[in-house]
Design a protein around this ligand. Structure first.
Ligand SMILES: *[C@@H]1O[C@H](CO)[C@@H](O)[C@H](O)[C@H]1NC(C)=O
Ligand SMILES: *[C@@H]1O[C@H](CO)[C@@H](O)[C@H](O)[C@H]1NC(C)=O
Ligand SMILES: *[C@@H]1O[C@H](CO)[C@@H](O)[C@H](O)[C@H]1NC(C)=O
Ligand SMILES: *[C@@H]1O[C@H](CO)[C@@H](O)[C@H](O)[C@H]1NC(C)=O
Ligand SMILES: *[C@@H]1O[C@H](CO)[C@@H](O)[C@H](O)[C@H]1NC(C)=O
Ligand SMILES: *[C@@H]1O[C@H](CO)[C@@H](O)[C@H](O)[C@H]1NC(C)=O
Ligand SMILES: *[C@@H]1O[C@H](CO)[C@@H](O)[C@H](O)[C@H]1NC(C)=O
Ligand SMILES: *[C@@H]1O[C@H](CO)[C@@H](O)[C@H](O)[C@H]1NC(C)=O
Ligand SMILES: *[C@@H]1O[C@H](CO)[C@@H](O)[C@H](O)[C@H]1NC(C)=O
Ligand SMILES: *[C@@H]1O[C@H](CO)[C@@H](O)[C@H](O)[C@H]1NC(C)=O
Ligand SMILES: *[C@@H]1O[C@H](CO)[C@@H](O)[C@H](O)[C@H]1NC(C)=O
Ligand SMILES: *[C@@H]1O[C@H](CO)[C@@H](O)[C@H](O)[C@H]1NC(C)=O
Length: 720
């Protein structure tokens, strides 16, 4: 009753405004065409820009409220929003974006923009302002609440010129500041700032290497500092008086120390990402510091934590029992650290946990059913590269259905783990080097209906390979069985598989039949180091998609199939260490993309065909950059006992011909001088005459066999 009189006038006032808007009763409030001054300012701003794709073609009409990217206040008519973000599409989940360059705005940002005094929202992200400074006048836009200059090709790398920052610092209304990928290198030593309203700060993908001290960020909810060069201790002041932080990403920096000792104020933290840093210290003292101190409200404070990544640091010590208290945790990534001891059984209480990754630590005890008792949400489990022994009751029925499971390097044996029988939705199953000494169970094919990648290499699997039923594994792309004791000949059903087969280092034998040629999609065939001793079917040369053929280290006999016109996708042919006879078929010269040819250690005779300049890739006539780009599936790893072969994109830098240890005769052909991209040419131990052309190897960049087979870390890093 008492409140109705106060409400009544308020309501009618609102109605009045509404009416005036709709029907134009009040000139002052409605239908103000855009303000002349603001229109002029925008036109000047536009003049400074280069707009190839004519994105701003609507910027001509009299009323600038109709212009693209502009929004005006219905009440005052003033422009409050300018959104000129370029359109992009995401290409990868790591945050790299690929933008439509042609729709980029370029040129200069005219200071006339400062006339838009009522601007609250400014987004210039993903354009190409080609290395100009972040404009200082932005600091005069006092009403700005949202500023997004991400990836707009600004050059923030102007030492001792932090003017832009001090001006932005004046923006006490700013709530959201995004300077992702702005080449920022320096920030003021201490960000003692006026950003008292700031809730969202993105400084990721810059080059910031100065120490940041955050003060007065008491409202910050989201801070993204990932991929910078931040060094030293974590900017703890960030936490001072901040009870709002729910998202913190400082991954991929050079931060160190025992940062997490005091998280007690971060009641609302939901996501914590600190992977790829140098943090060390006892894990119990860090994230769980507050938990150890028990009971109190600190414990509660982490109830909301959903995602946590501390991967790739140097955190040590046992996983605290209190981990089981983080009841909201959905993802926990502790991989690549130095954790030791056992995994606490309390982990089995995390019924929200979807992803657990503790790969590559020194955890070393027995894992049993109780560790998984209530993990009903688990879909990704990675526990490889520890010293764990998995010991489950054979009758155990797991409460989860995993899609990704990596238990490589764990002791799962000697029997093939029976509990996997109920896992009917696996896409990736890795159990390499897992001390399994058993036959392949018949049910493995039944649980593999969705499996894309199956790795069982380096166990002691025995019995016939025909236990694997390719008909049931229609999605299979990679099969690693190397380093086992499997026997028998390849079942036709495996030959029906569409993509990749890896079967190195077994005791497979017998004949490769014509049925292999029905695998029209086959891109990679590796039968390295088995016991094959027959003639290859001629039709192999008709596999039009075959890129990589490794039949090395068997005892194949007969002639080399005439790979040529129909197999022009071939990049790698490795037939070394066999008993091939006959000559080198001249059709080979049609393999324009060939980069690696080894026929070494066979009984091949005759002369070297004088057409090797048909290997255009070796001549340097192929834009293989684009070729490789469109052949992503060439990335293949073959693990054999002791050595590991990786055929990946590093191959694109390697060109090699090895014909050594055969019965070749005749002159070394002139044509070989054209193969300027070759880094390795081995013709030794034949009966050839003439000289090895001297210009071979001009592209040699100390690449040796290691780099072909092991790959180059940096390049692999870029790949995965
Ligand atoms: C109000 O603005 C619209 C365009 O936004 C225009 O068509 C109309 O004539 C204007 N009315 C008055 C009274 O100015
Ligand atoms: C800022 O701009 C970038 C690039 O357009 C975009 O990905 C990001 O989501 C924007 N940030 C916010 C909070 O809108
Ligand atoms: C904070 O802003 C006020 C004006 O809004 C200004 O006078 C003061 O210098 C600013 N402080 C810092 C540290 O930038
Ligand atoms: C930051 O990097 C620049 C060059 O990139 C270097 O000159 C400077 O010394 C670095 N600063 C710190 C604090 O490491
Ligand atoms: C900002 O932080 C500093 C250091 O903690 C403090 O002295 C100052 O009072 C704070 N200013 C505001 C406006 O909160
Ligand atoms: C942890 O934070 C609390 C509250 O902010 C503070 O009182 C205490 O001194 C801090 N402890 C350490 C070790 O920083
Ligand atoms: C294990 O982690 C360390 C870093 O802690 C890293 O150097 C090493 O390469 C990792 N090993 C594997 C197999 O991933
Ligand atoms: C598993 O969850 C159920 C229901 O939430 C609960 O009753 C049971 O005690 C839990 N068991 C363990 C081992 O946490
Ligand atoms: C492999 O399993 C056997 C039992 O089958 C066990 O004695 C041995 O220690 C295990 N080896 C490794 C490396 O785990
Ligand atoms: C099976 O896995 C797929 C992803 O591979 C997922 O989308 C689906 O929900 C899963 N189904 C069940 C029943 O778990
Ligand atoms: C390869 O395919 C072509 C056309 O399909 C066919 O004529 C030829 O006989 C095949 N060659 C072999 C060796 O199978
Ligand atoms: C390879 O086959 C030839 C004859 O076909 C045989 O003489 C030779 O012993 C075999 N070599 C091996 C390593 O099996």
């Amino acid at each position: 009753m008492a409140s109705s009189p106060t409400f009544a006038p308020l309501i009618s006032w609102t109605l009045l405004v509404f009416q005036s808007l709709e029907f134009g009763h009040s000139e002052a409030l409605t239908n103000v065409s855009c303000f002349g001054m603001e229109r002029e300012a925008l036109l000047k701003f536009r003049q400074g820009l280069i707009d190839h794709s004519k994105r701003l073609s609507s910027w001509t009409s009299k009323d600038c409220r109709e212009w693209k990217g502009i929004e005006c206040s219905k009440k005052t008519g003033h422009i409050f929003k300018l959104d000129l973000r370029n359109s992009c599409f995401e290409t990868s989940p790591n945050g790299y974006m690929s933008c439509l360059d042609k729709s980029s705005l370029a040129g200069k940002i005219h200071a006339s923009l400062a006339e838009l005094k009522h601007l609250k929202y400014l987004d210039l992200s993903l354009n190409k302002f080609s290395k100009q400074k972040i404009p200082q006048f932005l600091g005069t836009l006092q009403r700005l609440e949202y500023l997004n200059l991400s990836s707009a090709d600004f050059d923030g790398n102007i030492p001792h010129h932090l003017d832009w920052f001090s001006s932005i610092n004046m923006l006490s209304s700013l709530q959201s500041l995004q300077l992702r990928g702005c080449s920022l290198e320096k920030l003021p030593h201490s960000l003692s700032v006026n950003f008292t309203s700031l809730r969202f700060l993105d400084l990721s993908w810059n080059l910031i290497n100065s120490t940041i001290r955050f003060y007065n960020f008491s409202k910050l909810q989201h801070i993204d500092l990932r991929v910078n060069h931040l060094k030293g201790a974590f900017p703890r002041t960030l936490f001072d008086n901040n009870q709002q932080l729910s998202f913190l990403d400082a991954s991929r920096n050079l931060l160190g120390g025992q940062i997490l000792k005091n998280f007690s104020s971060l009641y609302k933290l939901r996501e914590l990402r600190l992977a790829f840093n140098n943090f060390d210290g006892d894990v119990g003292n860090s994230i769980h510091g507050p938990l150890e101190s028990a009971q109190t409200r600190q414990l509660e404070s982490f109830k909301d934590l959903e995602y946590r990544s501390l991967s790739q640091n140097s955190i040590w010590g046992p996983i605290p029992v209190t981990l089981g208290e983080l009841s909201s945790l959905t993802e926990s990534d502790l991989s690549h650290n130095k954790l030791s001891g056992n995994i606490p059984e309390s982990i089995g209480r995390l019924s929200s946990l979807e992803m657990l990754d503790i790969t590559n630590n020194s955890l070393n005890r027995v894992v049993s059913e109780s560790h998984f008792a209530n993990l009903t949400s688990l879909t990704e489990l990675s526990i490889s590269s520890n010293e764990l022994v998995l010991s489950f009751d054979p009758a155990w029925v797991s409460p989860f259905r995993v899609q990704w499971i990596d238990m490589s390097g764990c002791d799962l044996g000697p029997k093939f783990p029976l509990w996997l029988q109920t896992q009917r939705n696996i896409s990736y199953l890795y159990m390499s080097n897992a001390n399994i000494s058993d036959e392949i169970p018949n049910w493995l094919s039944d649980i593999s209906l969705n499996v894309i990648d199956l790795a069982l290499d380096n166990n002691m699997l025995r019995g016939p390979i025909s236990r694997l039923d390719g008909n049931k594994m229609q999605l299979l792309q990679i099969l690693s069985l190397s380093g086992n004791g499997l026997s028998g000949s390849m079942p036709n059903s495996l030959c029906a598989m569409k993509n990749l087969i890896l079967l190195g280092d077994n005791r497979l034998s017998g004949q490769i039949t014509n049925s292999l040629c029905h695998m029209k999609q086959l891109e990679v065939l590796i039968l390295h180091k088995n016991g094959f001793d027959q003639v290859l079917p001629k039709c192999l040369s008709n596999l039009t998609n075959l890129r990589l053929l490794d039949l090395s280290d068997n005892n194949f006999t007969g002639e080399i199939p005439s790979f040529g016109r129909h197999s022009r996708s071939l990049v790698v042919i490795d037939l070394e260490k066999n008993s091939f006879t006959g000559g080198i078929p001249s059709q080979l010269c049609q393999l324009n993309y060939l980069q690696f040819l080894s026929l070494a250690q066979n009984n091949i005779s005759g002369s070297i065909p004088s057409c090797f300049n048909g290997f255009l890739s070796m001549v340097g006539d192929i834009n293989y950059q684009s070729y490789w780009m469109y052949s992503p599936s060439i990335i293949v790893m073959v693990n054999t006992k002791g050595t590991s072969r990786i055929y990946d994109k590093t191959l694109r830098f390697f060109h090699s011909i090895d014909l050594s240890a055969n019965n070749l005769n005749g002159e070394i052909s002139e044509e070989l001088t054209r193969l300027v991209e070759l880094q390795n040419l081995n013709l030794s131990r034949n009966n050839l005459s003439g000289k090895i052309p001297s210009n071979i190897g001009i592209h040699l960049h100390t690449v040796d066999d290691e780099s072909v087979y092991r790959g180059n870390d940096e390049l692999c890093g870029a790949l995965f």
